[in-house]
Design a protein around this ligand. Structure first.
Ligand code: AMP
Ligand code: GLY
Length: 422
């Protein structure tokens, strides 16, 4: 099978490396890809949002499968367009991807189908939003932009002042553009966070091994929210008993709810959970693999990803047996100085072999370019250094030892991945 991957991050690099392991994988292309991905796939300069050129390229090259990895093209209906053109695609159609692209939709879905989540209200008028926060007078409170915002559209306000600023930034200053036309104001929950990605064909759901993301920029969970600074898998808080509860109260009810709404979800459904004193609750859904969750989860996948992808598309997921390694995995993100705010690009990187790799770990490239035989930074999250180990400690030691071998000016990474206990 010749495959076209859409996207350019560490997640896409991890997906490509795993797909390549399959004897069924043929030539792999990536649009647009990055420096590290160019060592594993042929990168083509097409935007993930450019439906017309994606379809034209897929036809020209007789692509057997297009894998739509990022949220924006899923929300924009790239899978719908590919299906209409008769091209096989992995990922949910736009109507199903709305489970991520509209928090108002996903919150209302959970309320309607009794799926446990934080209590909330939706507002389209900033004054009414503020009046509600004043009336509740309970802090911290959580303010979320309705639409996609690169994982940055969630503000946890510690006081009325902060809450007012957040509503103003999102709804009036439009910091996240049209994503902020509506806001969700949500009850603040506490407890360890768990990410569970799951394959589903709309009938069967098979959870992947659990993981833990670290969203804040700085050690000790300080600093701004980011797309994710590192991950570990499995998540030490996610016991077998908890998995059973989640399957019964959250995972299958979500699949069934989407079917009842006429929006069957096929692809990778991501559950962002909080294990609260009142049981597990959904913090967010994503309609895709998480980044950097994919880096650790796919590292531990012992089955053929091409087979799984085909089973999801053909609605035969019940027929595949998915195996997971008994090891642990850890991914340390090395970011550009300044990220998630302004940062420089084009900084030369040291320590790699000719493929952008180092001994003892796998380096998934997120924001790099390869020019004149050298790798340069080209994004906020630059690379995800990922290693396995028999224990979490060993996986972390291996990943950090590899991180020490790589350098670039301004490089910044968290020293406490897998060691923070919330
Ligand atoms: P999200 O983008 O919805 O995953 O939110 C980003 C982060 O904000 C989450 O990973 C949580 O750490 C935090 N968060 C979101 N919603 C809540 C909530 N209701 N209570 C406490 N923390 C939250
Ligand atoms: N790491 C969180 C996400 O992919 O949304």
């Amino acid at each position: 099978m010749d495959i076209l991957m859409l996207g350019s991050g560490g997640r896409e690099h991890a997906l490509i490396k795993k797909l390549k392991e399959s004897p069924k994988a043929g030539k792999i292309y990536c649009a647009p890809g990055n420096g590290g991905i160019s060592k594993d796939a042929e990168c083509v300069n097409i935007s993930v949002m450019d439906k017309e050129n994606i379809i034209a390229f897929a036809k020209e090259k007789n692509i057997d499968l297009v894998f739509v990895a990022p949220d924006d093209p899923l929300a924009a209906g790239v899978v719908d367009a590919l299906n209409d053109a008769g091209i096989r695609a992995f990922g949910p159609v736009a109507k199903a991807a709305e489970i991520e692209s509209s928090k108002v939709f996903s919150k209302n879905l959970m309320k309607k189908y009794n799926i446990p989540t934080a209590g909330y209200e939706v507002f389209s008028d900033p004054e009414k939003a503020i009046a509600y926060i004043e009336e509740q007078n309970k802090f911290p409170t959580v303010i979320k932009a309705d639409g996609l915002a690169l994982g940055k559209g969630v503000i946890i306000a510690q006081s009325l002042e902060e809450a007012k600023d957040a509503v103003k930034e999102i709804m009036e200053d439009k910091k996240f553009g049209e994503s902020g036309n509506n806001v969700v104001i949500e009850e603040f929950l506490t407890g360890p966070e768990v990410s569970v990605l799951a394959f589903t064909d709309g009938k069967t759901l098979k959870p992947m091994i659990s993981s833990m993301d670290h969203k804040r920029a700085l050690d000790g969970d300080k600093g701004l929210n980011t797309g994710g600074m590192g991950t570990i898998s499995p998540n030490p808080y996610y016991t077998d008993d908890m998995a059973e509860v989640c399957m019964k109260t959250i995972f299958m009810p979500t699949v069934e709810a989407m079917n009842k709404e006429g929006r069957p979800f096929k692809g990778c459904l991501y559950f962002g959970l909080m294990l609260t004193p009142d049981g597990p609750k959904v913090i967010e859904y994503n309609s895709r693999f998480g980044d950097p969750e994919a880096q650790v989860v796919l590292t531990l996948l012992d089955s053929d990803l091409v087979d799984i992808v085909n089973a999801v598309i053909d609605e035969k997921l019940d027929q595949v047996d998915i195996k997971w390694s008994k090891d642990n995995a850890a991914c340390i993100v090395m970011a550009s100085g300044g990220y998630p705010e302004a940062y420089k690009k084009g900084i030369e990187m040291d320590g790699f072999d000719e493929n952008g790799q180092v001994d003892g770990a796998v380096v998934f490239h997120a924001g790099t370019k390869f020019e004149n035989g050298k790798f340069y930074t080209n994004g906020g999250r630059v690379i995800g250094v990922t290693a396995k180990g028999e224990t979490l400690e060993k996986a972390l030691d291996n990943a950090y030892a590899a991180v020490e071998k790589i350098s670039f000016d301004g490089a910044h990474y968290r020293k406490d991945i897998g060691r923070t206990r919330k």
